[in-house]
Ligand binder design. Sequence first.
Ligand SMILES: C[S@@+](CC[C@H](N)C(=O)[O-])C[C@H]1O[C@@H](n2cnc3c(N)ncnc32)[C@H](O)[C@@H]1O
Length: 337
Amino acid sequence: MKIDTEGQTRLDDIANKILSKDGSLGEQAPALCSYAGLCGSLSLPDFGAKQFSEYTDEGGRIISPVSAIECVTDYVRTVEFLNGIYKGILELKRRFPGEKLHIMYGGCGPYATLLYPLLRRFSKDELEIELVDYYAICVDNAVHISRQLGFNGYIKSVENGDVRTYEPKGRPHMIILEAMDKALLNEHQVAGEYNLRRFLREDGLFVPDVVDLSATVVDDLGSAVLGKLFSLQGDVRERVGAVMEGFLISGRFELPDNLEGEGKVVIKTEVTIFDDVKLSPGTSCITCDTTCGFFDSKDAVGHDLEISYKPGEAQNDISLNLVPGNPAKVLVESDYA
Ligand SMILES: C[S@@+](CC[C@H](N)C(=O)[O-])C[C@H]1O[C@@H](n2cnc3c(N)ncnc32)[C@H](O)[C@@H]1O
């Protein structure tokens, strides 16, 4: 297959804009559109006909290939992931000097968006890539594009598999998985990470490193943080328990007694991609605020709030309950200094 040298030059320009230290979204967003355009022009001839189907089961949904492509234009998400992954690869080169780094990319989608824009910054002797996606058309298309961009020397293996059960070929230095939605709803991030983290090499990097969920309440006067709801990170297997099945994201929070008017419960999502590269709440589609219910402040006095749901469930499946709280603490003589 003929290497598309114009495409390679365009890719270099895209990477320079996205990774530039003083890059602005005004330059980065068009660069990502250019990436989507480039991949569109290099895609399989029959790609269009197969891209709309979406698979759903009790664990959540696997967005269609066309929706996976649209993630490119969740601009801040894509820019920050690419910057975090680039920084992470440089860190792994320091941690494993002289080793070829094995990167497993779960949920690569049709355009392998979180990796291909970076590849020309490294040689094929430095990186080997394992591409995995649930949909055959995604991996087939990603491989088709890789050949035209001269990336086939980097590809170690290509699998059509489910990240919830998939076993990587060896112990990757880095595992990338972005199959998530806000508040870890709708998709398979928790189940996929639960499965894959254990295959990571010691001192390897999982991307994203941490997903933090916190509960907040908004009333007529403003917004208050109630506390941390869940953190998805390196200890996922201990935190989620011996088996993923039946696990609930849940928390119980004391409510302030002086709320005014209607109380709205909102889950905030923050993603640490790697090190100081983060997606703050509200900056992308995967970290936008999730409203999970309302209550009358009068009913909340003396009550705690309980939130629970299964990772991968839909927003309207979140269970929210006001439960009688602990009685106010009564000070006794020994409490005084
Ligand atoms: C949010 S898209 C991300 C696409 C691309 N990696 C990006 O970041 O722009 C999620 C991708 O993960 C894949 N995916 C979701 N759940 C999966 C699962 N359980 N097993 C394998 N692939 C999955 C989807 O097919 C889709 O391509």
